[in-house]
Ligand binder design. Sequence first.
Ligand code: AMP
Length: 427
Amino acid sequence: MSFEKLGVFKPLLDAIEDLAYTRPTTIQQRAIPLVLQKKDIFATAQTGTGKTAAFALPILQRLRKHQESKGIRAIILSPTRELSIQIYEDINAYAKYMDIKTDILVGGKDLEKQRKRLKHGTEIVIATPGRLLEHIENGLNLSDVEIFVLDEADRMLDMGFTKDIRKIHPLLPKRHQTLLFSATFSDKVRKLSKLILTKPAFIETAKKNTTVDTINQIAYQVDTARKAELLAYLIGSRNFPQVLVFTRTKASADELAEELKKDGLKVGVIHGDKTKAKRLKTLTQFKEGKFRVLVATDIASRGLDIEELPYVINYELPSISEDYVHRVGRTGRAGREGEAISLIDIYEKYDIKEIEKLIGQKIPKDVVEGFEPDPNIRRKDVDEVKLKAEHKREAKKFVKHKKEPKRVTAKLLKSAKKKRKTTKRDG
Ligand code: AMP
């Protein structure tokens, strides 16, 4: 299958050639013809499957002829500023040989400047829901919108954007095409899809909550106190060119970064306490190769698009199992091989079991020579571990919200029967 056979037109084929994409990915093969036929779409596709091009290419093609109205013709909503920027950059690369105006509306930038820019006939807008609403409240008109895209819909809903989306949707013209992309199925996404989609075509490219096939997964058992040492050893001894390392909390991200710096590694940190500008700067510097290690909490997990990132390391397993899928989705992108390494201590034995249940596969366990867990610690702490597991079960009944975006699965939500609190918004 080629992009040409999918009906993609010349200016886009030339741009794709410049990007050295040789053939369409599965989601692209399935979505492109449907979007060109103006169908609504409900697609489950993980990050790294090429989903951005799957909607961006046919949208660009559909909008190739200019309209006189000068209104916005396509809106792409994404949960975070980082992801929005990524989509914006991708679209502009695909539109290289076209004459089409795109713009990005995310928080942290001057609203007035954005407003002025929009008056010059922007056709495609990429936005976070909060910032788009601000513009709407300031008079932005959506009556010319032909295509509405929700990217990473599950993430948007988890971040508390449901209300915003429900406010935006009725302002769109009656006849418009809606494309909904979500990494995972959830009751909330399904509910939203019923509200906003008309006779959608369903595209399921990856099994529910499974990790991408091309990723090799391994978990190394190690004592808590030796994790940083093991990480530095792995980076050095295996000569990892660049790694993305996930921690569970902001504090451990900072602590780990300091430890690794002591080992002479160049390290960047991205988490919720860093300003948006700082997070972006760090990400850019990582992409430019200025850091060998990028330590991140889950907030940064979704929006990052780093090409050919071969290694992702879970320094600590995520507190929400679904985040494991999102984290390891940073590697093995677009069919490339990747490796996801988890460093698990005795306390994470239960977390990994939950992750295995979720992804429906066993993650192989191993130890690194010289870093074998101390059996005495195992015995001494066994009661504590049991206690922690019990505590976790209890905690599930009363899910509490913490500052760092914590997401609650539909399953937990059901059992807790508590209204999910929203997390700090972006944009
Ligand atoms: P996405 O899932 O949209 O985040 O895309 C993941 C990565 O795959 C991005 O770096 C894209 O540039 C790249 N990509 C998208 N489509 C293709 C393709 N057909 N061939 C090779 N790389 C691709």
